[in-house]
Design a binder for this molecule. Structure first.
Ligand SMILES: [Zn+2]
Ligand SMILES: [Zn+2]
Length: 92
């Protein structure tokens, strides 16, 4: 099975990028039928964005005013959580 380097157009930034024979073999070995649609830098950026969005934010209600607020952890319910406004008021 021979693979030859191929130039593809990134769907994101529109730049050409090289899909080289080694990568084609990799795709083939994994039975991936679709060609990569994004260049390497866009792929890395998208991965970063995905990781970023996966970072867990929990929606909770402010203990004081009841307005929704987001915290970067899973609340255990042992401590009251305040929205940013109430928090800064309490610490003013
Ligand atoms: Zn790109
Ligand atoms: Zn509040």
């Amino acid at each position: 099975m021979g693979f030859t380097d191929k130039w593809l157009i990134c769907a994101d930034c529109g730049r050409q990028f090289l899909w080289d024979a080694g990568e084609q073999a990799w795709y083939h070995a994994r039975q991936l039928e679709n060609q990569p649609r994004h260049c390497k830098s866009c792929r890395e950026r998208r991965r970063d964005e995905r990781l970023h969005s996966l970072r867990h934010y929990s929606k909770v209600s402010c203990h004081r005013c009841g307005s929704p607020t987001y915290v970067p952890f899973v609340p255990l319910g042992t401590k009251p959580i305040y929205c940013r406004t109430c928090y800064s008021n309490a610490h003013a």
